[in-house]
Ligand binder design. Sequence first.
Ligand SMILES: [Zn+2]
Length: 165
Amino acid sequence: MKRIKYYSSNRNEVLEISDIHGNIIKSTTYTQGNCLVDLLFDDKCIKINPHLKAKITCLLNVCNDYLKNNIQVMIEEEFAFAFEQSFTCRYEFIENKLCRVLYTENIETLLWYLIISIYETKTMYKKCSNCNKYFATKYQRAKYCNRIACINGRTCREVGVTKTK
Ligand SMILES: [Zn+2]
């Protein structure tokens, strides 16, 4: 049994997983919105039910344009189950900031929580034109993610800016 702790603060998401003894076995900070996609496509330690992964991927593929697609309706129809979950959250001060922290032992519970957060925040997901990974954005015209793209530490966005010059 593992303990999963998740919260979002200062435009980042933080995921901490500890074992039964309380030792932290994973601690990752994501740019806001990217926790979901990085867990699904870029995580070697966490196994996600392939069925569920395929279903969420279909959702992400239509999350790229809020002007054309009504994501909230799609989530209500396809992920109604998420709204029936109960989530155990606690308010905690982390680095002097009040955060709503989710605790669960089940990775799927976290996925449902993240899907509800797409619903609430109307986050868009696009595929980065540099690394081809999904990334979360609030901007209709965003093309690049801010993951580190190369050895010199530049992000895809920085690489993209030089490409278009
Ligand atoms: Zn990228």
